[in-house]
Design a protein. Structure first.
Length: 100
């Protein structure tokens, strides 16, 4: 099996996952892009994130809970970046956020 040279400057988790999820050119397939756009946190996770965020504002988290909140943040950031790549693959403009 012949391996392709990698751009060693793209070693971030996002770049690595994009290569794993992509095709031989490193691009997401349309099917994978649509799948990624449908991913999101479950209601239980959203409730946990909210609880941790509120208690963090009052500095009421244990060290373990701070790590958990950080992990949720990293996962959310990674998911956002992958969804951005998916939208570019499908040439979809992101929905504008509304404030309420």
């Amino acid at each position: 099996m012949q391996s392709t040279p990698l751009d060693h400057e793209n070693f971030s988790e996002v770049s690595i996952l994009a290569r794993v999820l992509g095709n031989e050119r490193g691009q997401l397939s349309a099917t994978m892009a649509r799948y990624l756009l449908n991913l999101g946190f479950k209601d239980d996770d959203k409730a946990r994130i909210h609880d941790l965020a509120v208690r963090n504002q009052n500095d009421d988290l244990t060290a373990e809970e701070k790590q958990e909140l950080l992990a949720y943040g990293k996962a959310g950031t990674l998911l956002s970046i992958l969804k951005s790549k998916a939208r570019r693959t499908l040439r979809i403009k992101p929905k504008k956020r509304t404030t309420s």
